[in-house]
Design a protein around this ligand. Sequence first.
Ligand SMILES: NC(=O)c1ccc[n+]([C@@H]2O[C@H](COP(=O)([O-])OP(=O)(O)OC[C@H]3O[C@@H](n4cnc5c(N)ncnc54)[C@H](O)[C@@H]3O)[C@@H](O)[C@H]2O)c1
Ligand SMILES: N[C@@H](CCO)C(=O)O
Ligand code: NA
Length: 428
Amino acid sequence: MTQPLRIALAGLGTVGGGVIRLLDENGALIARRAGRPIEIVAVSARDRNKDRGVDISRFAWVDDTTALASRDVDVVVELVGGSDGPALTLARSALAAGKGFVTANKAMIAHHGLELAEAAEKAGAALKFEAAVAGGIPVIKGLREGAAANEISRVYGILNGTCNFILSKMEAEGRDFAEVLAEAQALGYAEADPTFDIDGIDAAHKLSILASIAFGTQPAFADVAASGIRHVLAADIAEAAALGYRVRLLGVADHGAGGLFQRVHPHLVPISHPLAHVTGATNAVVAEGNYVGRLLFQGAGAGDGPTASAVVADLIDIARGEFGPAFAMPSSALLAQGAADSGERRGRNYVRFAVADKVGVLAEIAAAMRDAGVSIESLIQRGASGDGSVLVAIVTHEAPERAVAQALERLRGSQSLTGQPLWMHILE
Ligand SMILES: NC(=O)c1ccc[n+]([C@@H]2O[C@H](COP(=O)([O-])OP(=O)(O)OC[C@H]3O[C@@H](n4cnc5c(N)ncnc54)[C@H](O)[C@@H]3O)[C@@H](O)[C@H]2O)c1
Ligand SMILES: N[C@@H](CCO)C(=O)O
Ligand code: NA
């Protein structure tokens, strides 16, 4: 058998531990598939002596994580996390030294992916990050290889396992967001800063990477409009269910003459759509290609095993010598596309208000919608909550987003509203 692929591994947490276990268990099969063994030779993390349930004494220990790039290895695997800091230093130095670089770090790729892709191309080295988007689901491979012949018009999906777990729990048990948050965090899926999950930032990182690969555009994380699920009430989920929908945090991206549109936002998904049936920490991505039609990728988006599966799949590609440009085309060919104006988009909407239970409130909401040219399809009002306010949920007919925003802006100062309205888009 030929020379092993020698690995330096930075980060020995959930994912790093998973990679060691996977290579221990499946190493012989992987060597046959890759044509050579994949061997970890050096490791680094914060704490050398922590019990991780895996034997790391067989690997060389390196105190300074960023020094792994200067070891005699073929590939550096970065499972530390963080968009900057040691992860970025390591990425830059590994690629500058001509070594392959594999990471699960969507924050870093979303912020610095283009720079790193250019560095990889310059060095003729591999840069791979399957684990960064939708964990174990081979969605990057699916788009950059399997669907490479297609013009992709839209890519969207459930990109954050923590949020999908929370929404599923709220749906199944009728509990509110704050009650299930701690359970989700205990699962080990949450980011080091859990607000990244809850506020849609993690999904935005992933969406910007997916959009680049799907559309051949430069990654543009700064242009993703992101909001999360902390304002979704169990009552919204119940109203959505009564109307034939489920609430999902979706990342949605499309592109056209108007520019690149990227948004992470809670949506109402029709019960007939496959994404309505994705529950727990599962992720799912839909891509629409002009020849292949609608593709659906579904599976575990987080967790040690699935994420390690994606990391090691990247290593097998590198061992086989099968890797191309990181974003599916040379970075010089990626288009710099401006952000689309979302005000021009048309769609149906769910808007929920918390209002004082008094005369004229419904008329005030209806008038704001009417004057903005937004037609109401249905309206539900539910009884008083503890603070005396009632919830009014409306579904609009198709309308430009600018008009809905205008109506909400007018209502913003209203004495009748007891809280901020929640606006969710309805997936068509
Ligand atoms: N956990 C998941 O399900 C999952 C899924 C997909 C992607 N990811 C990504 O994988 C990466 C790792 O996630 P994780 O869940 O394994 O994290 P973790 O917190 O479990 O492990 C992080 C590891 O990095 C080490 N580390 C942290 N800061 C360091 C520093 N400054 N210097 C040296 N070592 C340092 C820690 O000691 C630890 O060994 C992140 O980029 C994360 O976004 C995680
Ligand atoms: N925090 C992420 C981990 C996987 O990227 C999630 O919950 O989906
Ligand atoms: Na993936």
